[in-house]
Ligand binder design. Sequence first.
Ligand code: MLT
Length: 237
Amino acid sequence: MKIDVVLSPPEIDLLPQRDLKNTTAVVFDVLRATSTIVTALAHGVAEIFPVRTIEEAQSLKARMPGAKLGGERHGDKIDGFDFGNSPLEYREIANAQIITTTTNGTIALRACEHAREVIAGALLNLGAIAKHVLNTEPAELLLVCAGTFRDLAFEDVLASGMLCSRFPKGDLTDSAQTALAVFEQHKRDLLGALRSSQNGRVLISKNRDDEVRWCARVSTFDVLGVLQNGAIRPLRT
Ligand code: MLT
């Protein structure tokens, strides 16, 4: 199995033109979009619709009035939305439908929606992802690091490297080898690594270290969020 890693947002922009018909894509936005998606699905949220813009979210809401609006801009809840993008907000809304837009995570998810399979990945469900990939044996595994605005996000590369480490016989590209090396360097203190990242430092500065700690919990949930036809729904492994 070929394993490749998309390290940063400028590379994500090119994904719609990439042939992904034999590819399983795993999108990592550890702080916090995909961690929030995994947390929500693990707590019974029925489906999550990732959209690119606030306007798209409001337009979809008009067609789905029972759905709740979530997401962030600059890390904070969007005016008029029901929820922000903290995973801790999504633990007591079982059966809800959520429409969400975030700065990077939802963009990255939609950029690879033409892949054979698209999974919302986090440290929270890392083991479940590894088990699913081992069972389905895709020709290519593409790990997409959502990033922060236009920059690489350290925590996303770290999580991608951790997943690479689960496939020692994988055919790793140089990007994947790079992600693996980052993980090997920091695997003894993942929480410390998350806290040292740009996103981690910003969250801590906003008194949100509890969210960083939550997102650093490895393989806590055996649930995958699989994106199909515009909605992310739970796939139990
Ligand atoms: C993103 O999607 O860019 C991040 O998850 C932003 C955040 O949650 O603060």
